[in-house]
Design a binder for this molecule. Structure first.
Ligand code: ADP
Ligand code: ADP
Length: 233
């Protein structure tokens, strides 16, 4: 799905305490694209992505998905927007008390998918991410790379068309990072999931992103095709 961000501003706090952290962000992420949001810590990357899945609301401006303005979505519309967007994080955010299988079935429990169906879907996804044999383990029994694979399977449970990856490889070593980036690329191509990749790492951006927006101090300072942006002069 196409994500369009139109004159977005975001402030935290209000009145005299208000502090604007995103200033007039404009960008379009095309359906099927791997789009990078690159910037140092505190630049505003997470805030921007949280405005896409509506964990935060913009102070002004709009977010459109496939041309539909979702900025004020509530109730069922909000639930539908969230279900269409998977999310993965640096720290994996798995449920420690649940097995791998029951981490992946969790989003399907929330929307009351029947038990047999959610297990079938979870086993399919665990196979896709290469963890079919580990379904009955607990997260603490897995490596970091394996835990991120579980989180990816969970993020795909509701068949989203967009996946937001927030520093998803920042806690992993370089070999594991390369494997996770390969998996994300495969998900982008084979399942046609649009990927938004937030990273502070130039090498992650160069490895996986078709296009990149660089953010500094809450503003887009550079945007374009990865190859052109990083071409040696
Ligand atoms: P990044 O993801 O690039 O590290 P963030 O979006 O997390 O940047 O943060 C951007 C700025 O917004 C920072 O100055 C941060 O301190 C501030 N910020 C983030 N979340 C909040 C919040 N919930 N309340 C107040 N300020 C926040
Ligand atoms: P909290 O909101 O206190 O962080 P939750 O139990 O709601 O705790 O969620 C913990 C983690 O589980 C979240 O950070 C998220 O990664 C994941 N999570 C929660 N709800 C869902 C969901 N519907 N689908 C996938 N992952 C989810």
């Amino acid at each position: 799905m196409t994500i369009q961000i139109d004159h977005l501003h975001k402030s935290y706090g209000s009145g005299a305490e208000a502090h604007e952290v995103l200033h007039d962000i404009n960008l379009t992420i095309d359906s099927g694209e791997v789009f990078g949001i690159l910037g140092s810590s505190g630049a505003g990357k997470s805030t921007l992505v949280r405005c896409i899945n509506l964990l935060e609301r913009p102070t002004s401006g709009k977010v459109l998905i496939d041309g539909r303005d979702i900025t004020g979505a509530k109730g069922k519309e909000l639930a539908d927007v969230r279900a269409g967007i998977g999310m993965i994080f640096q720290n994996f955010s798995l449920f420690q008390q649940r097995t791998v299988l029951r981490n992946v079935t969790f989003p399907l429990e929330l929307n009351h998918t029947p038990k047999a169906k959610r297990e079938e879907r979870a086993r399919y996804l665990l196979d896709l991410v290469g963890l079919a044999d580990l379904a009955d383990r607990y997260p603490s029994q897995l490596s970091g790379g394996q835990q991120q694979r579980v989180a990816i399977a969970r993020a795909l449970a509701n068949n989203p068309s967009i996946m937001l990856c927030d520093e998803a490889t920042s806690a992993l070593d370089s070999t594991t990072t390369a494997q996770i980036l390969d998996l994300l690329r495969r998900i982008n191509r084979e399942l046609n999931v649009t990927l938004v990749v937030i990273t502070h790492s130039l090498s992650v951006a160069r490895n996986i992103c078709d296009r990149v927006a660089m953010i500094d101090g809450g503003r887009i300072v550079e945007m374009g095709d990865t190859e052109e942006l990083f071409a040696n002069p």
